[in-house]
Design a protein around this ligand. Sequence first.
Ligand code: MLT
Ligand code: MN
Ligand code: ZN
Length: 308
Amino acid sequence: MRIIILGSAAGGGFPQWNCLCPNCARARAGDPAALPRTQSSAAVSTDGRQWFLLNCSPDIRWQVEQTPDMQPRRAVRDSPIAGVILTNADVDHVAGLLSLRESQPFILYATGRVLAALADNPIFAVLRADLVQRRSLSLDDPIALQGPTGAAGGLTIEAFAVPGKVALYLEDPAAMAFGSVAEDTVGLKLSEPETGRSFFYLPGCAAMPPALAERLRDAELVLFDGTTWRDDEMPASGAGAKTAGRMGHMCMSDAGGSLAAFASLNVRRKIYVHLNNTNPALLADSTERAALEAHGWQVATDGMEIEL
Ligand code: MLT
Ligand code: MN
Ligand code: ZN
């Protein structure tokens, strides 16, 4: 199985259009230690012909043009993108669907709750119902992925609830946890039955409860939420009022961070995805990057390929 990181930044990308934080300034200046990154997405395939997107970022058009594997090969209208799987309804994970509207068949997989968010937004009807079949993922229920012709993708997917939050535009300020329910944020386990290889994709995860830790223990590969270094990074840098926790993300450092949470899980390869532009670990020459590498982590870059 092949995995390609299409976009390794969180919502807003790196640099972000309205941000002048030191990181974004360095990225704009072309600093090689501050590589620009597009918004959160990955692609996976077992045969190199049918690809499944894990989330569909607003940058999908650019990501396709940067990635020959994602480009048409067989006909005047064609795409190797056979399906899209969503982990939540956040703008950085669904807005790219609007760019896939050119009468191209594919299968859209998401929880009932995320599909309902799309159904409630009439603009997503540009994905014609007769071409883009929407299939509901039940939690903890592995299914075989299929492309639009019904051909199996050689992959099994399992969606499971992770701590998180309903999409920003659906928050109910009066409700407990802003009205979030389990199906709002999922992690994905993708497995290739033929080889027995598998990996986890969790671009958004707010905490590591024991059951999630046990699920990830001894995994071959985990691609995990790397939104911020510190929980209070956005307020401390003047970039915004919200902590990582308030946004539904676990920070890397601090007692409750992902570095500590993974320390005893024996995950063979750990890669951060979905990095916010304020995160100092984005910078290849930062002490924070050195610290996470010392914990056995890597930071994804756009175009990074992993073969399992
Ligand atoms: C997030 O990951 O917190 C969201 O992408 C925020 C947003 O929708 O901008
Ligand atoms: Mn996001
Ligand atoms: Zn910035």
